[in-house]
Design a protein around this ligand. Structure first.
Ligand SMILES: [Zn+2]
Length: 339
């Protein structure tokens, strides 16, 4: 697989997405592309970019080497962000819900015929941000597929989708890449070896998340959040005060993202204990302070992980929960782990 021409902003898949890309590309060339794909995997693997690259390929008039050419009329429309056969559906603000009105508007896009007699592509992310009404509205579109429309649904948590939606999509799943490939990409993106390794470990192996975590604003906020959670685990500070402080995180970071960091720390603690690995000092400190050092002592940690996951789904799933109460409950549970 060759990279797209350097001066072209038409997206191409990332180095670790080769297998999925080739399989899908072969289906596309053979005219056997399913009308709905569910692109899933943990956050930070480049799933949105993969979906964009595939959309660009489907809308390109003369693909080259299995990629969008970057120079035909379809590609130029794409580059201008004005391709009439491409529809991007995402929350009005980051972390917000996908509303039923947004999904209903799909109807007019799906219903008309392509001005260019080619494919039309609906790109929708994050799919788990649809509430039940929105999901049912989408289901109607998936049940009566128009032959030339391809739905690309992107999600970090396929379990947060209606089973009826999942069953109508072909799954394209992304595991984290091999560490070596991820580190190489991070270094090519400008991180030095040590920073790349540290960020990748924090990001649970997800390269794009690792890169985002290396931004100074993000890492400052994260370190402060970690410091507060550490203090709470040591019996200092109060759950209620901390919930008040973090319900609206500093600009550039969403509450759902903070919960995601928290989940990653827990994952590392569990891996450190069960696989005898060593992570950074703060993580190891949190682990060592847990009461009991048997593997069974990790059980409360698993159940806390589930609470975090549910809280994140409530935040991103359009339920619009009371953020302070949600955070307060998590902080109290966290403190109890160390009681
Ligand atoms: Zn093209």
């Amino acid at each position: 697989m060759k990279e797209a021409p350097e001066n072209s902003p038409v997206p191409s898949p990332l180095p670790w997405q080769k297998t999925q890309w080739q399989r899908l590309g072969a289906q596309w060339r053979a005219g056997r592309c399913p009308h709905a794909l569910l692109i899933s995997g943990q956050s930070g693997l480049g799933k949105r970019r993969f979906a964009e690259a595939f959309a660009a390929l489907a809308l390109c008039d003369q693909p080259r080497d299995g990629l969008a050419c970057g120079s035909c009329r379809g590609c130029r429309l794409w580059q201008a962000g004005s391709h009439p056969d491409f529809l991007r559906v995402e929350p009005e603000k980051p972390g917000g819900p996908l509303k039923v009105e947004q999904i209903r508007q799909l109807g007019s896009f799906v219903g008309r015929t392509s001005g260019r007699e080619g494919a039309r592509v609906v790109w929708l992310a994050p799919a788990e941000a649809m509430n039940v009404n929105a999901a049912n509205a989408l289901l109607k579109n998936l049940e009566e597929p128009s032959s030339s429309v391809i739905f690309l649904l992107v999600t970090d948590s396929p379990s947060g989708l209606l089973p009826t939606i999942r069953s109508r999509c072909q799954s394209v799943a992304f595991p984290p890449p091999l560490e070596e490939a991820a580190l190489r990409w991070l270094q090519e993106s400008g991180l030095d070896g040590t920073d790349a390794r540290r960020a990748l470990s924090l990001a649970g192996g997800a390269p794009l998340l690792a890169l985002a975590l290396s931004e100074p604003e993000s890492s400052e906020t994260r370190e402060q959040f970690m410091a507060d959670l550490t203090a709470l685990s040591q019996g200092a500070g109060s759950a209620v005060t901390l919930a008040g402080r973090w319900e609206s995180p500093p600009e550039g970071v969403e509450l759902a993202q903070l919960l995601q960091f928290w989940q990653q720390w827990l994952t590392q603690m569990m891996r450190a204990r069960s696989c005898d690995l060593t992570f950074d000092q703060q993580i190891m400190g949190l682990l060592q302070r847990l009461p009991g050092n048997e593997e069974a002592a990790l059980r409360p940690l698993f159940s806390f992980y589930d609470h975090l996951l549910q809280a994140r789904q409530a935040l991103t799933g359009g339920a619009n929960p009371n953020k302070r109460l949600l955070l307060e409950e998590l902080m109290i549970r966290w403190a109890k782990l160390y009681a």
